[in-house]
Write a protein that binds this ligand. Structure first.
Ligand code: SF4
Length: 693
């Protein structure tokens, strides 16, 4: 007989977590179903399958909270909003507009990222806005812009990677962070060419046909070694280098001194393996070099990414159909989140805030005078570091981020948050940052609101509202609109409806590098695959960038002459090991959401430090023991897991856990001079039995 009718109405949506933005359907009661889509091919990971659990979770916030007598207590929306507006007005009056700061997130929709930037610059008049994407994607963004004149994570559809003969993955662990991505690696794997560069033998590295395990902080030297091997073997794509690039000679002047045997001593990667990668790339018909956080999260992260881009350029990959260089964006809206103006140095459309023409265009869309727009403010860590200091912000509004867990030198960041006159958050659950706040606004989750996300390919996706939020929960857009009204802004300037905000975002982005002016909700609803730039309503979008030329005025890509400097902190007698941080499959980012999902929590309930068995023995530890990991900045309590594939000089900790388990208590806030990204991937530590000092 006929199948019984589905009792639930189902809405098409995308996952609330990572940049793969897997397509899913949502039932009216919050059940998740898989949906076929090019990036995930119908697959979801544990995080996606359980995403609906948080919707009805007892952990979620359902009423505004206001701190009274040291405790967060339920309050009405009017009470909470009036209080925040009054205190913001007073701080601004007493200390000037930069006394108020805003901290955003790479998981916020395009509409929220856009309105948050506008709220900061127009309603608050502050220059002090940045976001957590500074911690994870800004180095690749800067290196991509330097090389190609434009940064889009993958400048090609992800499915192109599936056709490759060779893929070189640098500091990326998609088998855990975005498992459905792995299907796009099978082609290269079966054709014999999946190279994984990672100091750890991650689940991704286990798929590799060739694994390179450089010491943390030496990836740049490794790229120079492979480039040297390429030149040495006469395998540079000379016609490409001549016709489509500039600057190779200066790069070779550096790389000439990095012969593979020397690089072997610096990195621990065998010279023969460096030569093998050079030959594999040279012999491939179609090849990709893809980087992620492992290359980026260093005090020399921009130069490290540039070194891998140099290698890709020497092999003629970028801008050639079927080949290329790309960065795997991490957070859900890691791409869109960096385009619409929540970054300290940017205005919507991925424009520079210091560019007079950009200021004029955006000011016109916003109906304000260009001179009234503040200039660039502090970068994320510098902003957190300045909170509550004499010249620093006195108030902070946090949307979609949990810096008490995710920022480096976390104990210091918590001290700075505590020094504020006013901390306000908009949150789904009481994250570690919200627990410190004076006011917490409860906001909707992805399934309860409409908005767009831009995935790792630069494709704009529509997430539709599938079910209503709890009664006293509002969208972030509504919170911003209500605050703006109370700060004296006309209602029409801060709409709370996502589609209305998007219409304004389109206008503001017009003519910019990330031009969304031809993207509309109607086109997205009709299922069009729109990759930016989409400069007008009839434009089909741009799935592949750079095919006819790079985005620099002369159309040429730029080699960057970068040299190996090594990490900011190196081991010594007191701190003899290198700690590196990363992720596990069952948790997402600071874990605020995924730790509240019982199935995920049970899978990865506490922080585990991975250690080589000999290193554990040397520290008086055995598998399963509780250890203390100590750096110059703090100490973490972690369960030991001995792992024979670890380098004996390296320990690994995931950063998703709270309290004394925060890996970021250890990490070094040494910043890249260009991207201002902290060095999450390298700090010096010692390992002790629990109770040791
Ligand atoms: Fe897909 Fe990422 Fe969601 Fe997992 S977390 S289902 S890989 S979008």
């Amino acid at each position: 007989g006929p199948a019984p009718a589905d009792p639930e109405s189902r809405t098409d949506s995308h996952c609330p977590y990572c940049a793969l933005q897997c397509a899913m359907t949502l039932g009216s009661s919050g059940t998740v179903g898989a949906r076929d889509f090019p990036t995930n091919g119908g697959g979801l990971c544990q995080k996606g399958w359980t995403a609906g659990t948080l919707l009805g979770s007892p952990a979620r916030l359902t009423t505004p909270l206001v701190r009274e007598d040291g405790e967060l207590r339920p309050a009405s929306w009017d009470t909470a909003l009036d209080l925040v507006a009054a205190r913001l007005r007073r701080l601004r009056r007493d200390h000037g507009p930069d006394a108020v700061a805003v901290f955003g997130g790479g998981g916020l929709t395009n509409e929220k990222s856009y309105l948050l930037g506008k709220f900061a610059r127009v309603a608050l008049g502050t220059s002090q806005i940045d976001y957590n994407g500074r911690f994870c994607m800004s180095s690749a963004a800067a290196a991509g812009t330097r090389a190609f004149g434009l940064d889009r994570g993958l400048p090609f559809p992800l499915t192109d990677v599936g056709e490759a003969d060779v893929v070189v993955l640098v500091g990326a662990n998609p088998a855990e962070t975005m498992p459905p991505f792995v299907r796009h690696l099978h082609g290269a794997r079966t054709r014999g060419g999946l190279v994984v560069v990672d100091p750890r033998r991650t689940p991704t590295a286990q798929l590799a046909t060739l694994r390179l395990a450089p010491a943390p902080g030496t990836d740049l030297a490794l790229a120079l070694g492979i480039l040297h091997a390429t030149v040495e073997a006469g395998r540079v794509d000379e016609s490409f280098v001549e016709q489509r690039t500039t600057g190779f000679d200066a790069v070779w002047r550096v790389a000439a001194a990095y012969w593979p045997e020397r690089v072997e001593r610096l990195t621990g990667v065998a010279a023969a393996d460096q030569r093998r990668v050079a030959t594999m790339l040279a012999g491939a018909r179609r090849a990709y070099v893809l980087t992620a956080r492992g290359a980026e999260q260093h005090a020399s992260g921009v130069d490290t990414v540039s070194a891998w881009i140099n290698l890709a350029l020497a092999h003629g990959l970028p801008g050639r159909p079927g080949s290329g260089y790309g960065c795997l964006t991490g957070q859900g809206n890691g791409q869109g989140g960096r385009e619409h103006g929540q970054k300290a140095d940017q205005l919507p459309g991925y424009r520079r805030i210091t560019d007079p023409a950009a200021r004029e265009h955006v000011a016109r869309v916003w109906g304000v005078a260009p001179a009234s727009l503040p200039g660039p403010g502090r970068s994320a860590y510098e902003l957190l570091d300045a909170l509550g200091t004499e010249d620093g912000p006195k108030a902070l509004l946090v949307f979609g981020s949990n810096p008490a867990v995710s920022a480096p030198h976390a104990a210091h960041v918590v001290e700075r948050l505590a020094a504020l006159d006013l901390l306000v958050t908009a949150d789904l659950v009481l994250s570690e940052t919200s627990a410190l706040a004076d006011v917490v606004f409860p906001v909707t989750q992805w399934a309860e609101e409409t908005g767009t996300m831009t995935n790792l390919e630069g494709r704009v996706l529509l997430r539709r509202r599938a079910l209503p939020p709890p009664r006293d929960v509002r969208t972030d857009l509504a919170v911003l609109a209500a605050l703006a009204r109370r700060l004296g802004q006309p209602a029409a300037r801060f709409p709370a409806e996502a589609e209305e905000v998007f219409a304004e975002l389109r206008a503001a982005s017009r003519g910019g590098p990330a031009d969304y002016s031809g993207v509309s909700y109607d086109r997205l609803r009709a299922g069009e695959a729109l990759y930016w730039p989409v400069p007008d309503d009839d434009h089909p979008g741009t799935p592949r960038l750079f095919v006819d030329g790079f985005a620099h005025p002369d159309g040429l890509a730029r080699f960057a002459a970068v040299d190996h400097t090594g990490p900011a902190e190196t081991p010594d007698d007191e701190f003899p090991l290198v700690a590196t941080t990363g992720r596990v499959l069952a948790q997402y980012q600071s874990g605020a959401q995924t730790r509240a999902i019982p199935e995920l929590h049970d899978t990865a309930p506490t922080v585990v430090v991975e250690v080589h068995p000999d290193t554990a023995v040397g520290a008086g530890l055995a598998d399963g023991d509780e250890a203390r990991v100590v750096s110059r900045r703090g100490a973490v309590r972690a369960r030991v897991r001995t792992e024979p594939s670890m380098r004996p000089d390296v320990v690994f900790l995931p950063f998703h856990f709270p309290g004394e388990q925060r890996a970021n208590l250890l990490t070094n806030p040494a910043l890249d001079p260009t991207s201002r990204m902290p060095e999450f991937k390298v700090c010096a530590v010692r390992l002790l039995p629990s109770g040791g000092v």
